[in-house]
Design a protein around this ligand. Structure first.
Ligand code: NPG
Length: 365
């Protein structure tokens, strides 16, 4: 296995209640087997502001715990990795990157696409765009106008206390009934219920993760008091938590991110639980390069993904992507059809953006 750090500048700084991202530092995991090579992208950010994981921590866990565990226990396919790695608590983004690399190698060796393996039913997926906290309402409206001109089918606004009602009102007034949702990244408390209820008249598709990650009861309480559907992101760390959240009435929509739940196989189970309960899902994004984006697009092609995802074109974030760019076509991204994740890093770009590389042999596997 290779652990390779890459650094990609972003087109524009991306601001949210979690801070301002000016570049994407990502960790790529590459699984090299006699039959094929596979890639996984670790979505952990450099600082633990979205969840408890962060990039250097994830790299350390992969190097010191996950890979030695894989080397010392018997397993024969990617579907067994989650149980092999179960003794390590948490660290789902680290586990997801390792599982995805192995799964990609396995699928490439057998010639099957990740989309087909997961159960995809679509050849293209609807593309939404996430818009960060802007310097002014005018700047926000200009950004949204440019994204709508590009063809995005839904807009998600980042909100936080002090940047919520006004931006939503400005976008509604200017763009009419555009499909609109907001993401709070857990920046409110139940004491803000009145403010969150003030969003009701704006007919938002959903409000994402208004309260703390561990506050399912609070989300259930809030969901009873506001009309906007409550969607969970950070809170849903597994299919079991998804089932619990739905049973408690804590959400009526779920954002599915493979990194957050430990991999694409668990992400499919989250999808399945939601479908079984009549809860729509959509695919979240974490500023992935083309490697992670390709796998996200495959996931979003499953039948329960009935809302547009945070699945933007490469050029929304990167002047140069690591892979051939994902491009918007009539508001959609095409699901890769090739084996595995269906895309490869461009050798020259990969060389240019690589910050470090380390090989870890997996003897005995
Ligand atoms: O389109 O990839 C994208 C970004 C969508 O807003 C987005 N992601 O909270 O969901 C989020 C947020 C995020 C980005 C979270 C990076 C953590 C890291």
């Amino acid at each position: 296995m290779e652990l390779r750090r890459v650094r990609l500048p972003l087109v524009d700084p991306f601001a949210s209640s979690l801070g301002v991202e000016t570049e994407r530092l990502a960790l790529l995991v590459r699984a090299v087997t006699p039959a094929a090579e596979g890639w996984g992208e670790c979505v952990a950010a450099t600082e633990p502001l979205y969840s408890s994981e962060h990039l250097e921590g994830a790299e350390d866990v992969i190097r010191r715990f996950l890979l030695p565990m894989l080397a010392s226990r018997p397993w024969s396919s990617a579907g067994e990795l989650a149980s092999v790695l179960a003794p390590v608590k948490g660290h789902r983004m680290a586990k997801a990157a390792v599982e995805t690399a192995v799964l990609d190698a396995e699928l490439r060796a057998s010639g099957m696409s990740l989309a087909a393996h997961l159960g995809a039913v679509r050849r293209r997926v609807a593309s939404g765009v996430a818009v960060g906290i802007a310097s002014s309402l005018d700047a926000l409206v200009d950004q949204v106008a440019a994204h709508l001109d590009a063809g995005y089918l839904r807009v998600k606004l980042k909100i936080r206390p002090g940047w919520d009602l006004e931006p939503v009102r400005a976008v509604r007034e200017r763009f009419g009934d555009v499909a609109l949702q907001v993401d709070a990244n857990s920046s409110y408390t139940l004491a803000d219920t009145r403010m969150l209820a003030a969003l009701d008249p704006f007919d938002l598709l959903l409000v994402e993760q208004p309260l703390a990650e561990d506050d399912l009861r609070g989300h259930a309480e809030l969901a009873r008091r506001i009309r906007t559907p409550v969607c969970l992101d950070e809170s849903v760390t597994s299919a079991r938590v998804a089932a619990t959240a739905i049973a408690l009435g804590a959400c009526s929509v779920v954002n599915v991110k493979a990194g957050r739940v430990g991999g694409y196989l668990e992400a499919r189970r989250v999808h399945d639980v939601c479908v079984a309960n009549g809860v729509p899902v959509w695919c979240g994004g974490m500023l992935e390069t083309g490697i992670g984006r390709a796998a996200n697009v495959a996931l979003a092609a499953l039948p329960g993904f009935t809302l547009p995802g945070d699945l933007s074109a490469s050029e929304r974030y990167f002047p140069t992507d690591l892979t051939p760019p994902f491009v918007l076509d009539d508001g959609h991204l095409r699901v890769p059809e090739g084996a595995g994740i269906g895309v490869d890093p461009l050798a020259e770009v990969l060389r240019e953006v690589t910050v470090s590389s380390e090989w870890v042999p997996l003897r005995g596997a």
